[in-house]
Design a protein around this ligand. Structure first.
Ligand SMILES: NC(=O)c1ccc[n+]([C@@H]2O[C@H](COP(=O)([O-])OP(=O)(O)OC[C@H]3O[C@@H](n4cnc5c(N)ncnc54)[C@H](OP(=O)(O)O)[C@@H]3O)[C@@H](O)[C@H]2O)c1
Length: 391
């Protein structure tokens, strides 16, 4: 087994988590050579000799084989990762934003430089979903993949549905626990889980998408009226990312969704994530685990480092097999609950409306609408309107 020499970028939540899991994993033959951080004046739990703020001390260091990129700045991360690969170093990253935004370029770079680029921690942190899609579901039998891909919004929703804390109190708690991104908008507006969905769309079906092509809607407008609606009907609310194959079309979105209490996804609480896979003969399968936090995320990074010890690379079999076969589709119906107050949604955007409810506390409708009409609607941007999928 090789003795891998690691250069780590970032020593925040995940960087420190990785350090701890590395200390406790005797089987991984690796050594930290240097850690690059942004602010050299911050107090650190390790000896100062480990740290630098000069990226070239890692990127141009012939004694480093593997760059582990764990920073919270996607643009800087892209520069670090591309330079590392061009310098012949394999890379492990947890940066879903950077990967989702630059997937094709990153694939070309690893091919051109004959290096590995692994990023299991970028999707659902501790859940080994990418490696499973690559190795186990390496055929055409997979029909859909959906789940809870964001630990901090799941934490917020779980606490909100408990009804004890306010939205702001719960968001602060999620940030203090290291579950939320530095910019919470990425979590609460459903952008972070959408990045993960883009990465998984590629590993599930070989479909390359740009994040802006996939519709996302977050949880920041959920209020007591919506929570009351759920509770009265034996439902809970989860931020669900979903992709489904329909012949040669792929339907994909990230939207808050009412889930029956007692179902598998309803029981996925707090920072836990879950992925439900449907395939032709095995039918429904579940992967469940912590989707955020220092050591759970660090353990996925560790697993990638361990895989590099065996020269593991993603083969991207579905990309070559399905080249051009699948297209992203927005022409499918969603059954939605839309709560409004004052301004109403444009009823003509809906294919059908099965219920309209008016009261002093608020109004709602339940109806079916094509994703493309929902995406293009102006009414959805109103602060007083919220929508949640009803299956
Ligand atoms: N937190 C989670 O649960 C989780 C789960 C899955 C994936 N991720 C991903 O993992 C990555 C790291 O997240 P995190 O939560 O660990 O972030 P974090 O706690 O905010 O830490 C960020 C680290 O990056 C360093 N940094 C920022 N810009 C840098 C630059 N240009 N060069 C060198 N170092 C730089 C910071 O340095 P200073 O210490 O000097 O400020 C800090 O150590 C992100 O891509 C995130 O999306 C996080």
């Amino acid at each position: 087994m090789k003795n891998l020499k690691l250069g780590i970028f970032g020593f925040g939540c995940v960087g420190q988590g990785l350090y701890h899991v590395l200390q406790q994993s005797n089987s991984i033959n690796s050594e930290i050579v240097k850690i690059c951080i942004k602010d050299l004046n911050k107090s650190r739990s390790l000896d100062a000799s480990y740290f630098t703020d000069n990226k070239d001390e890692l990127l141009q260091n012939d004694n480093i084989d593997v760059i582990v990129e764990l920073i919270d700045d996607a643009e800087a991360a892209f520069e670090i990762v591309t330079t590392a690969m061009n310098n012949g170093k394999s890379v492990v990253s947890a940066n879903k934003k950077m990967i989702a935004e630059h997937l094709e370029e990153l694939l070309e770079l690893q091919e051109k430089n004959k290096v590995s680029f692994l990023y299991e921690a970028s999707c659902c942190a501790s859940i080994p979903i990418i490696r499973n899609l690559e190795e186990y579901y390496d055929n055409d039998l997979l029909s859909s993949l959906e789940g809870i891909f964001n630990g901090s919004t799941n934490f917020i929703l779980s606490k909100l549905l408990d009804g004890v804390q306010t939205y702001d109190e719960v968001l602060k708690e999620a940030q203090d626990l290291g579950f939320a991104e530095s910019d919470p908008t990425l979590d609460v507006e459903g952008i972070d889980p959408k990045y993960k969905l883009c990465i998984l769309l590629f590993h599930a079906f070989g479909l390359v998408t740009k994040p802006e092509e996939v519709f996302n809607y977050g949880i920041s407008k959920i209020n007591e009226f919506d929570i009351d609606y759920a509770k009265k009907r034996g439902l809970t609310i989860k931020l669900i990312s979903k992709c489904r194959r329909n012949s040669d079309k792929i339907e994909a979105y990230c939207l808050p969704t009412f889930i029956p209490i007692g179902s598998v996804l309803s029981q996925t609480s707090n920072e836990y994530n879950a992925v439900v896979l449907e395939s032709a003969f095995s039918e429904s399968q579940l992967l469940y685990g912590k989707g955020a936090g220092d050591k759970p995320t660090g353990s996925a990074v560790l697993s990638d480092i361990s895989a590099l010890n065996h020269n593991y690379r993603y083969e991207y079999k579905k990309k070559s097999k399905n080249q051009g076969k699948f297209k992203l589709c927005e022409d499918f119906d969603l059954r939605l609950y839309v709560r409004y107050d004052g301004t109403s949604p444009n009823f003509e955007d809906f294919d059908s409306i099965e219920e309209k409810y008016y009261s002093e506390k608020g109004n709602f409708l339940v109806g079916c609408i094509k994703l493309k009409n929902l995406k293009n609607s102006n009414w959805l941007k109103e602060a007083s309107i919220n929508t949640i999928v009803l299956n």
